[in-house]
Design a protein around this ligand. Structure first.
Ligand code: AMP
Ligand code: MG
Length: 190
């Protein structure tokens, strides 16, 4: 039987991966195991093998035709995975040429998600998290620009729901309230 497919999105630095990791622990204890699939890692595997990028943060600056090819290849591989899956990805990617849909029609219909989750918090909190994260090459942008990106992601998510009939859910990952975000995500995934 086909499992649940949940797409989890959020702007870089919102703490998506942290919320997902903790929610998965709690779900596996509750006997609802999920496989966590990182969309960017599937793209990076090909990008790296082809010498297109040395780290994952370089990919959003590649030519958009190349990004879309990597995106399509990743979607095809991920679509073939069975069971309950969480797909850690982006509703939109901020590129030098504008917002690139993370889930254009050919990606969405390959994946056919049950739910799209947007992990969000205040833009100024995201700004500070990016400044303190030395493990990644995060884009330096102001709070207004982060707010715009979060708003765009809601618009993209609405379009994705129209195309697939999936539900759209919000999870807030506010400072000092990680456990609330985790609990909200667990409820959605159960
Ligand atoms: P992440 O580790 O989630 O920040 O993802 C790393 C990179 O993978 C992003 O900056 C994007 O360049 C790329 N990526 C992830 N998901 C998608 C997607 N659905 N469409 C296009 N690029 C993506
Ligand atoms: Mg991440």
């Amino acid at each position: 039987m086909a499992g649940k497919k949940i797409i989890i999105t959020g702007v870089p630095g919102v703490g998506k991966t942290t919320v997902i990791t903790q929610a998965m622990e709690s779900l596996s204890e509750a006997g609802v195991p999920y496989q966590n699939i990182n969309f960017g890692s599937f793209m990076f595997e090909v990008a790296c093998a082809e010498g297109l990028a040395q780290d994952r943060d370089q990919m959003r600056r590649l030519d958009r035709t190349i990004q879309k090819r990597l995106q399509k290849l990743a979607a095809e591989k991920i679509a073939a995975i069975d069971g309950n899956v969480i797909i850690d990805t982006h509703a939109s990617v901020k590129t030098p040429a504008g917002y690139l849909a993370g889930l254009p029609e050919w990606v969405l219909t390959a994946l056919m998600p049950d739910t799209i989750v947007l992990v969000e918090t205040d833009d100024d909190q995201i700004l500070l998290r990016r400044l303190s994260d030395t493990s990644r090459v995060r884009d330096m942008e102001g709070a207004a620009s982060i707010r715009e990106h979060q708003q765009m992601n809601r618009s993209f998510a609405a379009a994705y729901a129209m195309l697939t009939g999936c539900t759209v859910a919000f999870v807030t990952n506010a400072d000092h309230l990680l456990e609330h975000g985790v609990k909200a995500l667990v409820t959605i995934l159960k």
